[in-house]
Design a protein around this ligand. Structure first.
Ligand code: 6PG
Length: 238
């Protein structure tokens, strides 16, 4: 059963595995359709732990992977082979499938050059995303759009002109204390479909609080819950 809301739809599942399978199916479907209609598929994919099993499932699909281009929704400013690298985690989850990857940070992870690197990478790939997978923290941050971060207002502006910004979360998250490069809300909203996997009570509470407060500065995920014309699919599990 699905429950339709203003601009998000919840797809409740019995367990995390079922939610992951549903997300994987939706992504494969979006890629097949994009490849059939336009010859290629373009994905923006959240890092973090929650969606990795869905990506591993998706990677077993029979897709023309050379026609799939993917970019992380956000990256920590660390080298591409660093254990905390979102790109590294995504690449590993997708092996043995080999989509093409765009990175928001230079190979050595240098934070000083990262914003310019990301903007150049995104300027070379301006098409709308065929699917966006958002992540979400218990503080309702999404991508690396953290509540309280300097520059957040600009990064959340749905009419903003920038594709990617540097975000220095304040405080830095203890599990990954690095500056970040994040795609902006405006860039993430230029897409054909949006997905979020939510498992556990703390994440669900954050989602419902964001839905009720409608204040993206406090709950950045809200920028995607109430975006006109965008339908966010929330694949949820207890
Ligand atoms: C990061 C992620 C971040 C993540 C959320 C959820 O670099 O930390 O991009 O935005 O998606 O924090 O992470 P979990 O899925 O691990 O809870």
């Amino acid at each position: 059963m699905t429950a339709a809301r203003m601009s998000w739809t919840e797809h409740p599942h019995a367990d995390a595995e079922a939610a992951q399978a549903a997300l994987a199916r939706a992504l494969v479907e979006a890629c097949r359709e994009a490849i059939a209609e336009r010859g290629h598929a373009y994905l923006a994919l959240a890092g973090g732990r929650t969606p990795l099993p869905a990506y591993r499932r998706m990677a077993t699909a029979d897709l023309d992977w050379a026609r799939v281009l993917a970019v992380p929704t956000d990256e920590r400013c660390v080298a591409h082979d660093h254990p905390a690298s979102n790109l590294r985690a995504l690449r590993e989850a997708f092996a043995p499938a080999a989509p093409r990857w765009l990175s928001l940070v230079p190979e050595d992870g240098d934070a000083g050059r990262a914003a310019a690197h990301a903007r150049a990478a995104m300027a070379a790939h301006r098409l709308p995303f065929d699917a966006v997978v958002l992540g979400m923290g218990a503080d309702a941050h999404t991508a690396s759009l953290f509540p309280g971060a300097a520059g957040l207002g600009r990064a959340l502006d749905p009419a903003g002109g920038e594709d990617a910004v540097r975000i220095d979360p304040d405080p830095l998250p203890p599990e990954a204390p690095f500056p970040r490069i994040s795609l902006t809300a405006a860039r993430l909203l230029r897409a054909r479909s949006w997905h979020l996997l939510v498992a556990g009570d703390d994440k669900r509470r954050a989602l419902l609080a964001a839905d009720a407060a409608r204040d993206p500065r406090r709950y950045p995920i809200a920028a995607f819950l109430h975006a006109p014309g965008a339908q966010l699919h929330v694949h949820s599990a207890p």
